[in-house]
Design a protein around this ligand. Structure first.
Ligand code: MV4
Length: 494
């Protein structure tokens, strides 16, 4: 049994994991960088150790140091969260060799899923539909030409060591092919240390839909349904929901079963996500994310299953706590990632001191965050302030609740992307569920809508400004009354 877990991460996800530990009677150990001495997660843990200077390469990515602290503190297991070392097969292997349980899949599975060409091939063998394309790496121009002859333009060239969109090149015609192949190989080499690339048919404006999976050490694997993550900007997801408005119960059952079978096929242990593109009613496998994801709470809200607890149970050698037939999906959940960034200035990060803070509450609201009043968000890591998750009986209730929550959310001292989320929640196509990965680029009125809404809120800001230290710095205000004209136009029918 696991008695003590070291959390090799920071911010909201570190706290999320420690909360599960607390409920399970497991002690928690935080490791933090010099930039995170005052961070909430370092205070929340039962024990906390500084592991190095602010740059992640010298702290959160220092494999030897993290394992050393695990051993010295007597931790039986390490939870890697997401990002940092979460999908690093070298780290998982080091844990395996040092006798500290890595909470996640084996180093063998991490290696397999990290190689996108190998993962694609494995999924084909497991019976998962993939985008038409290559089943091996493409090194030469003639090879690329041969592939494209079969699948036709447009195509997309992807680095095999990549994932998450980095270094991908879209090719519209043969004139662009040679240069695109060369440049993608070069990016692959500098970014991932491997010049291997592969080619797929390019789908225009597909939806991004992913399935949550859980596999245990007894050979059981189940799915917890899908999440829709189409609202993203520069490969950063901003809004996620579960279920997806595009997925019927029959499709969910069919694809979920296929995905769970594939997890069983590769011997997947832990929580994982199978990402798909969804276009014209069909799913196409993209990649496996072998970790707990940022957006896992929307699945927890609709299934009632604590995914982090399941991860810990699985790592302890226990079977999954629930059978597939017992998984029920209830209602609708939406998550907005609240980032310290300026939506009026091309979303540049705006780290700094939070001078006033009030997070929303009430029925159906969950806020996962690692911040507090007077906390300074350091500039070294990703600028997420919190995740705001709402639950409603149906999508319209969830949207109305998210609007209400966004208007309750007050962050003073730094800019946040809350105004952007308010604009999306009032966007007609969003309300209708007409989503795609190019949603933000194509909804050209979003920025103007946002500016108009910010102007409209000005008088209410004044009304509330005495509640906070700094006048006129209120980024969001607790007045549902502010949701006036514009919101009525797009009010979903209840
Ligand atoms: C694609 C695609 C269209 N067709 N694959 C981006 C994230 C990564 N997980 C996969 N991505 C995509 N893969 C095929 N076959 C469209 C995307 C994509 C995208 C690609 C390049 C630049 C911006 C993009 C934004 C959203 C989705």
């Amino acid at each position: 049994m696991i008695n003590k877990i070291l959390i090799a991460n920071r911010g909201e996800i570190a706290i999320r994991v420690m909360r599960a530990c607390r409920e399970m009677g497991i002690a928690s150990v935080a490791v933090y960088s010099e930039a995170d001495k005052e961070a909430l997660f370092a205070k929340y843990a039962d024990e906390a150790y500084c592991i190095g200077p602010p740059p992640a390469t010298q702290s959160y990515l220092n494999i030897q140091k993290v394992i050393q602290v695990a051993k010295e503190s007597g931790a039986d297991a390490i939870h890697p969260g997401y990002g940092f070392l979460a999908e690093n097969p070298k780290f998982a292997r080091a844990c395996e060799e040092e006798g500290v349980k890595f909470i996640g899949p084996s180093s063998r599975v991490l290696e397999l899923m990290g190689d996108k060409v190998a993962a694609r091939r494995e999924m084909v063998n497991a019976g998962i539909p993939v985008v038409p394309g290559t089943d091996e790496c493409v090194a030469e121009f003639e090879q690329a030409r041969g592939v494209v002859k079969e699948i036709g333009y447009p195509v997309i060239i992807k680095p095999s060591g990549g994932g998450g969109g980095i270094g991908m090149t879209i090719v519209a015609n043969e004139g662009e092919l040679a240069k695109a192949l060369e440049s993608t190989q070069a990016i692959a080499k500098t970014t991932f240390g491997l010049c291997d690339v592969y080619i797929e048919k390019y789908l225009s404006n597909p939806r991004h839909i992913e399935f949550q999976l859980l596999g245990d050490s007894k050979g059981n694997a189940i799915h917890l349904g899908e999440r829709e993550c189409s609202i993203q900007r520069r490969h950063q997801k901003l809004i996620e929901e579960s279920p997806s408005a595009a997925v019927t119960p029959a499709m969910r059952a069919k694809m979920g079963k296929l995905a769970a079978n594939a997890a069983r096929y590769v011997g997947y242990e832990g929580a994982g996500t199978m990402e798909f593109l969804f276009s014209e009613g069909k799913f196409y496998f993209l990649e496996v994310n072998a970790r707990v994801q940022v957006e896992h709470p929307v699945t927890e809200m609709v299934t009632g299953i604590d995914i982090v607890k399941e991860q810990i149970r699985i790592a302890s050698g226990l079977p999954l706590s629930i059978k597939q037939e017992k998984v029920r999906w209830n209602g609708w959940a939406i998550e907005c990632r609240i980032n310290a960034e300026d939506p009026l200035n091309d979303f540049v990060p705006t780290p700094g001191k939070i001078k006033g803070y009030h997070s929303p509450g009430g029925t159906g609201i969950r806020v996962d965050s690692g911040v507090y009043v007077s906390y300074t968000i350091p500039p070294f890591y990703d600028p997420m302030i919190s995740k705001l998750i709402v639950w409603g009986r149906d999508r319209n209730e969830a949207i109305a609740r998210m609007r209400r929550a966004l208007y309750e959310y007050m962050i003073v001292g730094i800019q946040s992307n809350i105004p952007f989320h308010k604009a999306v929640m009032e966007n007609l196509r969003f309300v209708k569920g007409e989503l795609g990965t190019h949603f933000i680029d194509r909804e050209t009125t979003l920025l103007d809508d946002m500016k108009r809404m910010m102007k409209r809120e000005k008088p209410l800001e004044e009304k509330l400004s005495h509640l906070f230290e700094e006048k006129k710095r209120i980024a969001a205000i607790a007045a549902v009354a502010a949701v006036t004209q514009m919101q009525r136009q797009t009010q979903p029918k209840q």
